[in-house]
Design a protein around this ligand. Structure first.
Ligand code: SF4
Length: 173
């Protein structure tokens, strides 16, 4: 892909249900599934998956790349925070995509759906062949993203503490 010539198309959220009621129900089910996946121990998604999610939502322009942010990414009324405008979850602390360093943000949930079924999300679907034709989709671009570049995407994430060391017993000689 020649970066200078790249053009990205816009995409509408996948509408699997057609009535307002069904859409709300589906949103609530996704949210409930995300909450359950957090569990009692505040489980978080792994770092590589979170990097993919960050790339899907925020793009990489602020890290010198060419991928623009998702068109459904919204600025919160709270400075420096963002939420997804595609899923209808609104603007509040619990729906902010990224939080402070050790906080728990929406992109941390082990199970999380994206209205565009983007890479890194539980409902991710592989791009269709026509998505590689210009203007390409952001999804297709991310699928072809070099792994070594993905590893440089900055995220705050949970690093599990090292396992406790076994105390050496002083055996009688
Ligand atoms: S969750 Fe999906 S639709 Fe929402 S901002 Fe992120 S990539 Fe876009």
């Amino acid at each position: 892909m020649e970066n200078e010539e790249l053009q990205f198309r816009t995409q509408e959220p996948v509408q699997s249900e057609n009535s307002e009621f069904k859409k709300k129900l589906s949103m609530m089910q996704s949210f409930a599934s995300a909450i359950t996946s957090r569990g009692l121990k505040n489980e978080k998604v792994t770092k590589p998956i979170k990097q993919l999610r960050v790339l899907s939502c925020f793009g990489d322009k602020d890290q010198g790349g060419v991928l623009p942010p998702c068109e459904h990414l919204k600025n919160s009324k709270t400075k420096g925070k963002h939420f997804c405008g595609g899923c209808g979850c609104g603007d509040r602390a619990g729906t902010w995509l990224m939080s402070e360093a050790d906080g728990y943000s929406k992109l941390d949930y082990p199970r999380l759906s994206c209205p565009l079924q983007m890479p890194g999300f539980t409902n991710y679907e592989q791009s269709k062949p026509d998505e590689s034709i210009s203007p390409i989709t952001r999804r297709y671009y991310i699928e072809n993203y070099p792994y070594e570049k993905l590893e440089t995407i900055k995220v705050n994430t949970f690093e599990p503490p090292p396992p406790p060391q076994k105390k050496q017993e002083n055996k009688p000689t």
